[in-house]
Design a binder for this molecule. Structure first.
Ligand code: FUB
Length: 308
């Protein structure tokens, strides 16, 4: 196993260091956060992860996946999203920030026996290596529906697609209508898709604006199906002149056995303007009586303690 460093830090950010694009999961009885290492592209050559028993104390699992183990990756390893199926951990990530179908890279899949890795490339090539419907192959987010169907949402450059994963989790199936790459782009979508299911409804969320600037933010839609249609409802997370700028690209955590939810996201401290100076924060996300998401209040206090 990799080196583990304990971060005892109450409040936001929940751990120190420049990190972004957090995915949030509950694995093996612990809370997990899987972020991008937020540095210049050439230095984004590995992923760390963080785990906690209570949402307050986080331990770093270092270098759970490294570029040296991905033959096709050369820089900009971004936005991981893992899931657990039958005791195996499947880890979707982007690499190379491809600008056209002439370049090689896109979304890969790695696999491990433990949530802290070590993850190894599962197929030796990208799972998605082309633009489809204008979507840059970045920002994967894996979602398992109640019937066990696995969906991979992804996309940048203002377009979002969803694909269905086969049971092996390392190959792509066609939908019932024969389509493979289904475009589901909601109004104002830029990147960073995220899906949860609550009370039978699919809450689809995404980031809007430019991630390098202060106006980066999160909005959402509600649908009756994992493939939409997704009609934009409203923004739920945005900069706050008292707290931080550039708040977006998030994951979600539900406290087990409750209807208590937290949004795990990155934001830029008010003192910073460097695009990569992003840190991972957690705040409450609440629903109103009608099931609509209330605007998130960013805080410096961070989450309440939730021992597992
Ligand atoms: O961290 C690199 C990129 O920044 C991500 O892929 C985007 O979603 C944005 O957060």
């Amino acid at each position: 196993m990799s080196d583990h460093t304990v971060h005892k830090q109450a409040g936001n950010p929940v751990f120190s260091g420049w990190y972004a694009d957090p995915e949030a999961r509950l694995f093996a009885g612990q809370y997990w956060i899987y972020p991008t290492y937020s540095a210049p592209y050439e230095e984004q050559t590995f992923f760390d992860a963080f785990y906690s028993d209570d949402l307050i104390h986080w331990t770093k699992a270092e270098r759970i996946l490294e570029m040296k183990d991905i033959s096709w990756a050369r820089l900009a390893m971004w936005a991981p999203s893992p899931t657990e199926i039958k005791g195996k951990y499947y880890y979707y990530f982007a690499a190379n920030d491809i600008q056209s179908n002439e370049e090689y890279g896109g979304i890969g899949v790695a696999v491990a026996d433990h949530p802290e890795g070590p993850f190894r490339d599962a197929i030796g090539k990208p799972l998605i290596d082309q633009f489809h419907h204008g979507a840059q192959p970045i920002d994967p987010h894996v979602f398992i529906d109640d019937d066990g169907s696995a969906y991979l949402y992804y996309g940048g450059w203002g377009h979002c697609n969803v694909v269905k994963l086969n049971e092996d989790m390392i190959s792509i199936a066609a939908f019932a209508d024969g389509e493979v790459y289904k475009e589901i782009t909601p109004e104002k979508f830029v990147e960073g898709p995220c899906m949860i299911k609550r009370d039978g409804h699919y809450y689809f969320m995404w980031s809007e604006g430019g991630w390098t600037g202060p106006g980066y933010s999160v909005a959402y839609a509600i649908a009756d199906s994992p493939i939409g249609p997704f009609k934009r409802v409203d923004k739920i997370l945005a900069q706050d002149p008292e707290i931080a700028t550039g708040a977006g690209h998030h994951g979600m955590l539900q406290i087990p056995g409750t209807d208590e939810w937290y949004i795990v996201y990155h934001r830029r401290p008010l003192t910073e303007t460097d695009a990569n100076h992003r840190e991972v924060c957690i705040d409450k996300l609440e629903f109103d009586q009608a099931g609509l998401i209330k605007p998130v209040q960013m805080t410096f206090n961070g989450p309440d303690t939730h021992p597992l």
